[in-house]
Design a protein around this ligand. Structure first.
Ligand SMILES: CC(C)(COP(=O)(O)OP(=O)(O)OC[C@H]1O[C@@H](n2cnc3c(N)ncnc32)[C@H](O)[C@@H]1OP(=O)(O)O)[C@@H](O)C(=O)NCCC(=O)NCCS
Length: 257
């Protein structure tokens, strides 16, 4: 008998000729569920009801892509252009997701979930961030004065009955941050997903996971476009970058060093 403990999982049961996800046979899943429903099932452990199904479909669709400029797409295309495989390039794109890009969902959801649980007000939260001189995750956008994805997702949350205290807090935070700074700091798609996933009962630690699941099809499309339409090692990123270091100089003779 070995003393090495066995690994165990509650997610999927596999044996010869059998695959059952959260207890549902894969053939049953293929026949009856959409991809979004299956994602909900594997993460939450239960089938979504009609409202949850509609909301998770919207959440995942909202972040599928945002053009060629986000760090993840630039990273993925750059790595492909260096002569690497599709999987390496997509993985590089995923690695570029971070607290400023896509990853703000995690920290925003944590703040919203803890604040709602502790009955902390939006005013207290804004004051804490001001003292710490930190940016509030889930707010602000390089391009959008109002994030079109947020507008639609909040509308969908209202229609599906997910409007609740986390969303209310997020919207109040937007108003306070904008009033306090005098600039546009819209609730961005990360913040909207953070608020809605919190209303749906998802743990904040799943935040980055939601963005990765949603953005990976977009990354695959970008990497394939780069692969199939561009030459390797083309000029990517900022064209006309400049050097601002030392002017050319000579290494002094060894006797002088
Ligand atoms: C997304 C983001 C990088 C866009 O920034 P931007 O519009 O290019 O704005 P800048 O980085 O030039 O910042 C401009 C000012 O707004 C402030 N600001 C920007 N986002 C802020 C936020 N979330 N909370 C508080 N202040 C913020 C900056 O501190 C800066 O103030 P200063 O000029 O007094 O130093 C930025 O809003 C951010 O870091 N947001 C938090 C992370 C996040 O939610 N990321 C997901 C994006 S979808």
């Amino acid at each position: 008998m070995s003393n090495v403990p066995e690994w165990s999982t509650k997610i999927t049961d596999t044996a010869g000729g059998k695959i059952a996800v959260r207890g549902y046979d894969i053939a049953d899943i293929i026949e009856n569920l959409t991809f979004a429903e299956t994602i909900y099932l594997i993460i939450k452990g239960e089938l979504p009801d009609k409202r949850e199904k509609r909301m998770i479909e919207g959440l995942l669709a909202s972040s599928i892509d945002h053009g060629i400029t986000p760090p993840s797409n630039l990273a993925a295309r750059t790595v492909l252009s260096g002569g690497n495989s599709l999987n390496t390039a997509v993985a590089a794109g995923i690695m570029a997701i971070g607290d400023s890009h896509g990853g703000a969902i995690e920290q925003c959801a944590r703040i919203l979930q803890e604040a709602v649980a502790q009955e902390k007000s939006a005013e207290e939260l804004v004051a804490e961030f001001k003292v710490a001189k930190k940016r509030f995750p889930g707010f602000g956008h390089r391009i959008h004065r109002r994030d079109p994805r947020t507008i639609k997702l909040l509308e969908l949350a209202e229609q599906t009955g997910f409007a609740g205290p986390h969303i209310e807090l997020a919207v109040t935070l937007q108003d306070l941050l904008e009033a306090g700074s005098g600039r546009d700091l819209p609730l961005n798609v990360d913040g909207a997903i953070a608020a809605i996933m919190s209303e749906m009962g998802f743990d904040w630690r799943l935040g980055k996971g939601f963005f990765i699941i949603a953005r990976t099809p977009g990354l695959v499309a970008h990497v394939f476009e780069e692969w199939s339409t561009q030459k390797r090692m083309r000029k990517l990123g900022p064209l006309g970058g400049h050097y601002e270091g030392f002017t050319e100089r000579k290494i002094p003779p060894a006797t002088e060093r």
